[in-house]
Design a protein around this ligand. Structure first.
Ligand code: AMP
Length: 631
């Protein structure tokens, strides 16, 4: 960062590391504590770290009760479903009552502090009540994405060993009912662990039969607990608040375990410094509660900041591609959070939708979860006339590692870069072979975070400390660094660029290439809507790049278009990066959370078993690639 001009953010970041305890003590004042902490960070047992030791607090109290006390009538939860054509708005006071009812139901079933509650639900308010109710009484929630089928659900039930499961009769996607109950019953049959009770929310979407002695009807129990008052349990800061299983891992799922106090502080601080959300405003994240963004920025973050959170059940294109913007107008949304993949879906639609509604309340659109390519970023930024802010993080960290913190100081963004290292993160680029830190700008290295991780990041892998240490902290021998498994590069001004997963790297004739770079180049071709590039084994070159693209207008001569795209890559990156083939597909294989399944594509191209495909959105996508490759 030799040429970097000093700016207030740089000072802020440096202070967060140099003067760590004072910095985080200030941030900790953003939440209420029942008992103050005695030690800011206990680093006695690296790589483990304990934040705000001795302090007692409660996530639900900070997210709901403290606002309900001061602003009971203000909106807290806005639920909109374009699937079932319903909208519901809960004030902070109403949300508190619903959470207390849910908490009373859980307690009546014997759920107490430290017990696990697995939540397998669609995007309905009761899912939020259940999460907050767990936080209220100190039960540990484990939300499993509603789209998972029974085998993945069973392995998560087994790992979390929940006392109780909360679920619903069905979700709905694109107007089609997706029944849950039979998947849940099957998962419970498959899992070695059996929950004592299953609490079912009946939306009236799909028939379901309740198992006597195990299954409970939420509506009936809620009636019994209408007047319930359940106090918040004052929990030690390091009490686990939840576990969340990471996507894309093979074999046994990895339960990311988060604490209570550190998480509350980290999110409250991020709402102030990064998202700039203020009490009384509305936050709209298009994610799902089954993913980390749903935990941090549908439920906890906005509510901690005293904002209303808009929970949306529906697709971005139904009833038409203007639905998000219609909601922004209707609820005066100020901060919005989505993923590049969703924007690419909109990119295929009429851009007139972007200007159809009054978006004057909206200050910024945050995008995360995957690389944000320049054409997509430009398209949405120019279409909306609003700042688009890329942010890079992981399920493990719970909040952004790299972005820009406009709440600290106005900071220009750069296309292709999620931004700079966030306060609290001591980000280092390391040489993958020697482990040496790459201090010079524009050097590609493994993106790591030096010990200790800031508050809010994972405490450990649920039930497996050894796996936590081995997976994340052992890639550079002799160094206490957490590996993100991403390649990164930092320019002279401290802006980072993510160049793909360390495991996605390809090596063509001795040249190391990031598939991301090739994808960006191809994506900037005017007829390309989306593209995935993978490295495929090649007898001559070691590996070659193979590209699979979705065309905006497929009615073209495929060979000619392939040639034109290759020429463009040649021109932009050089012939070394030119893919061996560019094949055209209708849809790319992705997880339900929108991540490209590159490794599965690679396996299919190499004639191998693609492995665990439980997270795949559309299995036919892989089939099309299989057929293309076979011909
Ligand atoms: P997950 O834990 O499923 O959210 O996935 C985290 C991974 O997604 C990271 O390790 C990155 O590889 C990728 N990722 C997330 N956000 C970004 C971003 N803004 N830019 C590039 N890659 C990202």
């Amino acid at each position: 960062m030799t040429n970097q001009v000093r700016d207030p953010y740089q000072d802020f970041h440096e202070r967060s590391l140099r003067d760590r305890d004072a910095f985080w003590t200030e941030q900790a004042a953003l939440i209420d504590w029942q008992q103050p902490f005695e030690q800011v960070c206990d680093t006695c047992r690296p790589p483990f770290a304990r934040w705000f030791v001795g302090g007692r607090t409660n996530l639900c109290y900070n997210a709901v009760d403290r606002h309900a006390a001061k602003r009971p009538e203000d909106r807290a939860l806005i639920w909109v479903s374009t699937e079932v054509e319903q909208e519901r708005v809960y004030s902070f006071a109403q949300l508190q009552r619903e959470v207390e009812r849910m908490a009373a139901i859980l307690q009546a079933q014997g759920v107490g502090q430290g017990d696990r509650v697995l939540i397998y639900m669609p995007m309905i308010p009761e899912a939020a009540f259940a999460m907050l109710a767990c936080a209220r009484i100190g039960a540990i929630h484990s939300v499993v994405f509603g789209g998972f089928a029974s085998v993945s659900l069973a392995s998560r039930i087994e790992d979390a060993s929940p006392k109780l499961i909360v679920s619903a009769d069905a979700g709905s996607r694109g107007g089609k009912v997706v029944p849950y109950k039979h998947l849940l019953d099957e998962a419970i049959t498959l899992a070695a662990h059996k929950p004592e009770a299953v609490l079912m929310v009946d939306r009236g979407l799909a028939p379901m039969s309740l198992v006597a002695g195990r299954d409970l009807d939420y509506a009936a129990l809620r009636e019994q607990h209408l007047d319930a008052r359940v106090p918040c349990a004052w929990l030690p800061a390091e009490h686990p608040s939840y576990t969340l299983y990471t996507s894309g891992t093979t074999g046994k799922p990895k339960g990311v375990q988060r604490d209570t106090g550190g998480y509350a502080v980290a999110l409250a601080a991020s709402m102030q410094h990064i998202f700039c959300g203020r009490p009384g405003e509305t936050y709209f994240s298009t994610s799902d509660i089954g993913w980390v963004v749903g935990h941090s920025y549908i439920i906890y973050g906005p509510l901690l900041a005293g904002m209303a959170t808009l929970m949306f059940e529906g697709l971005p294109t139904r009833p038409d591609a203007g639905i998000w913007w219609q909601l922004v107008e209707k609820y005066r949304v100020t901060v919005m959070f989505s993923a590049p993949t969703a924007v690419r879906v909109l990119k295929k639609q009429d851009p007139a939708y972007l200007t159809k509604y009054d978006l004057s309340s909206l200050r910024a659109l945050f995008l995360a979860g995957e690389p944000l390519d320049e054409p997509t970023s430009r398209w949405i930024c120019e279409g909306l006339g609003k700042p688009v802010i890329d942010n890079y993080w992981q399920t493990e960290t719970g909040w952004p590692i790299l972005t820009v913190a406009h709440g600290v100081a106005p900071t220009p963004t750069r296309f292709g870069s999620p931004g700079r290292a966030m306060y609290g993160y001591d980000v280092r680029l390391l040489d993958e072979n020697t482990g040496e830190e790459l201090r010079e700008p524009n050097k590609k290295g493994v993106l790591t975070i030096a010990y200790p991780l800031p508050p809010g990041c994972l405490q450990t892998v649920w039930g497996d400390d050894e796996r936590y240490v081995k997976t994340y902290w052992s890639s550079i021998p002799g160094q206490q660094v957490y590996s993100t498994f991403d390649w990164g590069l930092r320019d002279a001004d401290g802006y980072y660029f993510i160049l793909g997963r360390t495991d996605d790297v390809i090596n063509v004739a001795g040249h190391r290439l990031g598939t991301r770079e090739i994808e960006e180049s191809i994506a900037s071709h005017p007829n390309v809507a989306e593209v995935a590039v993978v490295g495929v084994a090649d007898a001559l070159k070691g590996q070659v790049a193979m590209a699979f693209a979705v065309l905006k207008n497929p009615a073209v001569d495929a060979l000619q278009e392939e040639g034109a795209i290759m020429k463009q890559v040649d021109q932009q990156l050089g012939a070394v990066a030119r893919p061996a083939r560019v094949r055209f597909v209708n849809v790319l294989p992705k997880t339900r959370s929108g991540k490209l399944l590159r490794r599965a594509i690679q396996a299919v191209c190499e004639g191998r078993d693609p492995g665990d495909l439980t997270t795949i959105e559309d299995p036919s996508a892989l089939q099309q690639i299989r057929e293309l490759v076979a011909n």
